[in-house]
Ligand binder design. Structure first.
Ligand code: UD2
Ligand code: MN
Length: 387
């Protein structure tokens, strides 16, 4: 019997521990698995959260992240639906970037010349507080890249009645309030050709405006005739990486393209794009051809697509005018245009020579007068590739 009892005791000793302890171990193990699975889910949720928070807006983040934290338990701390720091950051970011304010859409434009000076003064009184050193700077927001806009106007007024100056005043009368509502950093550069008896050179004046405005820190350049006024303030002045022709749809042409490749009037370029094409040619003296030459450099040379903003919104009114007798058609324009790719490499920004005669800041614009050095121009034969 003793032997049996001893044997029983031995068997008990060799047996695995009591069923009670066995259950505890099982629970311990199953809890570990649960914890592991839950922990992994939590980690994945966290990673998803971080990933999305990095790449998208915070509101969007929360709608994705909330289900990832859907599991609720007393032991897991609850994630607040909208963590306060995310909300704060969202609000800050939205406030920081400048966006248009109070746009009204289509505008009534008319050019009653008997009223121009009176209207110009009215506009001046209402808007001068927004300007400093001839520049408009929005308050309490950060200007986005490519929205520091230099509007460069080629200019010379040799008319007896100062008609181009009146056009300029109408231009400012309309554009200043429009661009003020668009709420970006902008400056109008009036680039005056010194009255030295040389033919007018629109393109070279525009290259000079670019040179000066880029040095002043602008990053978006509108090459803009003085006699074109936007009919809608939703026509947003800004640059994209691809250059754009803005003035395709003008009242004078019944808001239709006079020809498909037209590139005159107004174009918008980033500094990178304008430098890539070597700017305008400097060698179109007199009326015509320089705008088509720019189109060849941009589309034919640099292979940009010909892009225009919306035909419905980007409509312009042109102040009616005759061509000045002082700006005769350039007799070489057709030859020069045909040979555009014979001179685009060495005639442009990389050969720009001029003398800055005067520069001062008016309230609404920066006034620059330049000598274009007509006597130092590149000989025609060289430009045509026969040099
Ligand atoms: C067309 C083009 C213009 C230009 C020109 C040929 C359009 C809508 N316009 O305009 O961009 O290519 O043909 O050169 O396609 N200017 C002065 N004083 C002058 C002469 C001209 O300030 O004595 C300036 C002014 O900013 C004017 C611009 O140069 O708006 C173009 O001259 P335009 O208006 O006489 O030429 P237009 O209307 O034929
Ligand atoms: Mn014109």
């Amino acid at each position: 019997m003793k032997e049996n009892e001893d044997k029983e005791a031995m068997i008990q000793a060799l047996l695995p521990k009591t069923s009670g302890r066995k259950t505890e171990d099982d629970e311990f193990l199953s809890c570990s698995y649960k914890n592991l699975i839950f922990g992994t889910l939590l980690l994945l949720g966290g990673l998803l959260y971080l990933q999305v928070a990095n790449t998208s807006s915070c509101q969007y983040t929360l709608s994705i992240v909330a289900p990832a934290y859907g599991y609720q338990s007393d032991t897991v701390p609850q994630i607040p639906a909208e963590p306060s720091w995310i909300k704060e950051e969202t609000e800050e970011t939205e406030e920081k970037i400048c966006t248009p304010k109070d746009l009204v859409g289509a505008l009534a434009i008319n050019f009653d010349m008997s009223k121009v000076e009176e209207r110009y003064k009215e506009m001046a009184v209402e808007n001068q507080e927004y300007f400093e050193n001839g520049e408009h700077l929005p308050k309490d927001c950060e200007v986005a890249p490519k929205k520091n806009i230099a509007i460069i106007i080629p200019f010379r007024d040799m008319t007896a009645d100062l008609f181009r100056t009146k056009q300029f005043h109408y231009f400012l009368y309309y554009i200043v309030p429009i661009l003020h509502r668009q709420n970006n950093h902008f400056a109008v550069y009036l680039v005056n050709q010194a009255n030295d008896g040389s033919p007018f050179n629109r393109a070279k004046l525009l290259n000079i405006g670019f040179d000066v405005a880029k040095d002043d820190g602008f990053d978006c350049f509108f090459f803009h005739d003085v006699d074109l006024v936007p009919e809608n303030d939703k026509n947003i002045y800004e640059c994209l990486d691809t250059p754009r022709h803005y003035s395709g749809y003008i009242d004078k042409f019944n808001y239709k393209l006079p020809y498909n490749t037209i590139f005159g009037g107004i174009t918008a370029f980033t500094a990178e794009a304008f430098e890539k094409i070597n700017g305008y040619s400097n060698e179109y003296w007199g009326w015509g051809g320089e705008d088509d030459d720019l189109e060849r450099r941009t589309i034919g040379g640099a292979k940009y697509k010909l892009v225009r903003p919306s035909p419905q919104i980007t409509r312009y009114k042109m102040i009616k005018h005759d061509h000045e007798t002082s700006n005769k058609p350039n007799p070489n324009r057709v030859k020069l245009l045909k040979a555009w790719n014979k001179h685009n490499q060495f005639d442009g920004l990389n050969s720009l020579n001029y003398e800055l005669i005067e520069r001062n800041n008016e309230v609404f614009y920066k006034n620059i007068t330049v000598d274009l050095k007509y006597e130092e121009r590149i000989p025609l034969q060289e430009l045509l590739g026969n040099g």
